[in-house]
Design a protein around this ligand. Structure first.
Ligand code: ADP
Ligand code: ASP
Ligand code: MG
Length: 401
């Protein structure tokens, strides 16, 4: 007996049949004597469909209005699930993010949760109701609806588990756990019984969308017991926890991010302060710069290239071109269609052979590497997007899991 937070993603609430499937999972948990708080995402592809609908009206809508629109997807799901639970004969109430007490920072589209006012939640739980909360949304101090970024319902769930001191936070999805690579792309991917917060955070940040990276960050910070399970099959999933048993494994998993663009600032003077100028321009526009490469200076000039999210390419290019003279650069080279493939594992830091093995696998698959970046826990390469699935498979199969 305890308090359990259960989160169900879009495919898990796709249609009436799936909603009743979720209602049964929830009510079984309730019947076992638990308080249950449920977090749901928008049904199926609703969020993508809403984004398309907005584009039909305005190619550059304000972020505030986008959040008003996108938050409606989750509102549909909470009411439908509550109706299904009602029909099964259980006490239930649905709450929007705002009603559930989610207060966020002011920025629209990717707001962080600042606080959850739990009064209403506790009132409902005291009445022994199942509480169904809309994920992905909150309210900022201007009393405006905000959303938490794509995939953000996971973070809503973990945040609730943290403030309510839940005994467990279950993330129900359309795969039966966290795998060594996306099982939809890599056929040899293996399911992990458990994974550490640090490794999961790295995988999620490098593109493994099975968990929103901020949900993992938060679970680690507040010690939330978390697991990823299938909503369609009843079997054990993957536990995400502080430390996992020590194994010989060097690499825990591989991930890819297909949303990568590259910019090169060509012919910069080989002087101090040049990188400072380039990246100050990017920072001013709030552009997320990732991998950076600077060429060796030759004939008093050098090039700096770096990657940005594909959606920020135009903004970055514009900012640099406007300042071409001030930077003393010759020209800007911008290209959109790249992918980043990464290997992640806490055991790789003292093993130089790991990088060589990854590069060998890419060479054998005839994949050209454009950029490389390493840290203690990961190695990433930038490649052409057309090669990304082939590269993910090749790199995955080069290691033992
Ligand atoms: P939900 O709608 O339930 O939030 P998502 O689509 O956000 O589900 O995340 C689940 C998907 O994540 C899976 O269908 C799978 O294709 C993908 N995925 C990517 N990397 C992994 C991984 N390492 N392990 C499991 N699933 C992964
Ligand atoms: N519906 C939102 C999205 O599609 C949030 C989520 O699914 O977690 O990104
Ligand atoms: Mg998701």
């Amino acid at each position: 007996m305890g308090l359990i937070v259960q989160k169900f993603g879009g495919t898990s609430v796709r249609d009436a049949e799936r909603i009743f499937n979720v209602a049964r999972i929830v009510t079984e948990t309730y019947d076992a004597g638990n308080d249950v708080v449920v977090v749901v995402s928008a049904q199926g592809d609703t969020t993508d469909d809403l984004i398309e609908k907005a584009a039909e009206i305005n190619s550059n809508p304000s972020k505030r209005e986008m959040d008003v629109l996108l938050s409606t997807g989750e509102q549909i799901s909470i009411s439908l699930l509550a109706m299904a639970i009602e029909k099964l004969g259980y006490p239930v109430v649905s709450l929007t993010g705002r009603q559930a007490g989610f207060l966020t920072q002011t920025n629209y589209g990717n707001a962080r949760i600042k606080k959850i006012d739990t009064h209403r939640l506790h009132r409902e739980l005291d009445k022994h109701r199942i509480v169904v909360v809309a994920g992905f949304q909150g309210l900022n101090r201007f009393d405006d609806i905000t959303t938490l970024g794509r995939g953000g319902s996971d973070t809503s769930a973990v945040a609730l588990a943290a403030v309510l001191h839940a005994d467990l936070c279950q993330i129900y999805t359309d795969v039966d756990g966290v795998y060594t690579a996306d099982p939809r792309i890599v056929k040899n991917a293996k399911k992990l019984d458990e994974i550490s917060f640090d490794e999961m955070l790295e995988l999620a940040s490098l593109g493994a969308q099975v968990l929103h990276n901020r949900s993992v960050e938060m679970a680690k910070k507040y010690g939330v017991k978390m697991e990823v399970v299938s909503s369609l099959e009843r079997k054990p999933g993957t536990k995400v926890k502080e430390a996992v048993k020590v194994e010989k494994l060097l690499v825990r998993g591989v991930a890819k991010d297909d949303d990568v663009a590259r910019i090169a600032v060509v012919g910069l003077p080989d002087d101090p302060g040049v990188a400072f100028k380039v990246f100050t321009l990017m920072a001013k526009k709030k552009i997320n710069v990732d991998i950076i490469l600077q060429s060796i200076g030759r004939h008093n000039t050098k090039d700096i290239s770096f990657t940005v999210p594909a959606g920020q390419l135009d903004l970055a290019k514009e900012a640099l071109e406007e300042n071409l003279e001030e930077l003393g650069a010759d020209h800007i080279d911008a290209a959109g269609s790249f992918s980043k493939v990464s290997i992640v594992g806490a055991g790789m830091q003292s093993n130089p052979g790991v990088a060589a093995k990854m590069f060998e696998a890419l060479y054998e698959a005839n994949v050209n590497i454009h950029m490389i970046s390493t840290s203690e826990i990961k190695i990433s390469v930038l490649i052409d997007r057309a090669d990304s699935n082939k590269a993910l498979n090749a790199v995955h199969d080069a290691f033992e899991f």
